[in-house]
Design a protein around this ligand. Structure first.
Ligand code: PLA
Length: 464
């Protein structure tokens, strides 16, 4: 088989001819055919070795890989508490009624088309998303100081925001002025969602951590957090979980948020909020957005990545938004123009369907109200799972203090179980969870609580 014949064909394109000339130059005085076969063999058919043969098998993702292992387990009692995905009392995924209604509306509307969206996505969705997270009466929205772009769920919003910051954010301390081309630093909590460090490193930021969780109290290490943020260089970026911190389920109180805000503003630290669970922590969309609104109220700048995966159950539709609150409307306009330059070479423009569902629900008062009720029901079911698990452990006399199960909020309980205990529970009880001991409370039901409680009781009474 002859491939890569760039050498002489009169019908070849200018670029083929350039490559041909290069090849002739490289192979001058050698057997051109032999050399071209060396170039050709790896990608041609036949017995040649693969150019990818050196690759090692990559490990599965620490969270999504749990589902892969779960799917392979034939046991009828298996239980997946790995990924944060809501399940009903029957253990089934849930499509919200209000989402079904919105989809029906979209299907009935024959005027709808499938053209590309603009680079920034569905403009109505963007406006409504900013209102949802910042509040309908937000001064920043009123003053046109917010730019919002539709992105691929929370992950995509974080990634676009990260790349934007890597390109355009200037830390204002003297050191960074001197080393202008040095990477900007983002501080993420320790621990945090496992994808955060990867997203921001690949976006071009340097990633450091600040203390957040105290394993001895299973609560917030507030002192450590304040010390680390005080020691961060002026102007650093700080990633904050807006509510329902993942994986710990531990959030600062509003008083503590106020202290964090004051400290960050006094040091010119740039807040980047990750809001993946609005409405899931307390059951109220407004309550869960309070920390963000506190930072907006002081007139300063910030970024916020929103996800509709959990609160609207739109996981696979990949719907989210990145908002950047600026100090002035003209700045926000220029920020948006630069965001478009980040997005265009990444995926050109975002998908239309999920954002349309969200827009239908957010624009209609009745659908919106219906959504808040369904959201509250999901949050309440998770809270009731916390109580049931806590009671089940108490009833078994399981050693240890398990009050953190009812104190923590959001989708997850950070149990304190170690990797050996987790792997024992998976092996012996077919219960799947991440190795850091995080369990998705949303994956539990009244029927499966006793099984989980049995497993926890067994591992903590065994010396593992
Ligand atoms: N930010 C945080 C804090 C998250 O926990 C998640 C999802 C996201 C962003 C991204 O969500 P999205 O891109 O789907 O909108 N975390 C999940 C799923 C629920 C995952 O790991 O992808 C989790 O199980 O931790």
């Amino acid at each position: 088989m002859k491939t890569n014949d760039f050498s002489s064909s009169s019908s070849s394109s200018p670029s083929d001819r350039r490559i041909g000339a290069l090849l002739r130059h490289l192979t001058a005085g050698t057997d051109a055919d032999r050399v071209s076969s060396v170039f050709a063999s790896p990608t041609s058919g036949g017995a040649g070795g693969s150019v990818f043969a050196h690759l090692v098998q990559a490990p599965e993702d620490a969270i999504l890989g749990v589902t892969i292992a779960y799917n392979k387990d034939p046991s009828p009692i298996k239980l997946n508490l790995g990924v944060g995905a809501y399940r009903t009392e029957e253990g089934k995924p849930l499509v919200l009624n209000v989402v079904r209604k919105a989809e029906q509306q979209l299907i009935n509307d024959r005027s709808r088309i499938k053209e590309y969206l603009p680079i920034v996505g569905l403009v109505e969705f963007n406006k409504l998303s900013a209102k949802l997270i910042l509040g309908a009466d937000s001064p920043a929205i009123r003053e046109n100081r917010v730019t919002t772009v539709e992105c691929l769920s929370g992950t995509g919003s974080l990634r676009v925001g990260g790349e934007f910051l890597a390109r355009h954010y200037h830390q204002v301390d003297m050191l960074s002025l001197l080393f202008f081309f040095f990477q900007k630093t983002i501080y993420i909590p320790q621990p945090t969602w496992g994808n955060h460090p990867k997203i921001f490193t690949l976006a071009g930021l340097s990633v450091k951590t600040y203390r957040y969780y105290d394993p001895s109290t299973r609560g917030l290490n507030f002192q450590g957090l304040l010390e680390d943020l005080s020691a961060a260089p002026q102007g650093s970026i700080v990633l904050l979980h807006a509510c329902a911190h993942n994986p710990t389920g531990v959030d600062p109180t509003l008083e503590q948020w106020e202290q964090i805000r004051k400290l960050m503003r006094s040091k010119g630290l740039m807040p980047f909020f990750d809001s993946a669970y609005q409405g899931f922590a307390s059951g109220s969309l407004d309550t869960d957005a309070k920390p963000i609104r506190m930072f907006v109220a002081d007139g300063g700048e910030l970024l916020v990545a929103q996800s509709y995966a959990k609160n609207m159950g739109l996981y696979g539709e990949r719907v989210g938004a990145l908002s950047i609150v600026c100090k002035a409307a003209d700045v926000a306009g220029r920020v948006e123009s630069q965001l478009k330059l980040v997005i265009r070479p990444m995926y050109s423009n975002p998908p239309i369907h999920g954002a349309s569902i969200v827009a239908v629900i957010l624009r209609d008062r009745n659908l919106f109200n219906e959504w808040t009720l369904e959201l509250k029901a999901m949050a309440d079911r998770i809270i009731s799972m916390r109580k049931q698990l806590f009671e089940a452990l108490r009833a078994r006399g399981t050693p240890g203090d398990w009050t953190h199960i009812i104190k923590q909020i959001g989708m997850f309980t950070f149990t304190g179980l170690n990797p050996a205990q987790v792997s024992y529970m998976t092996k012996e009880y077919h219960i799947y969870m991440t190795s850091d001991g995080r369990i998705s409370m949303a994956g539990l039901s009244s029927k499966t609580v006793p099984h989980l409680a049995d497993a926890i009781h067994a591992v903590v009474t065994k010396a593992l």
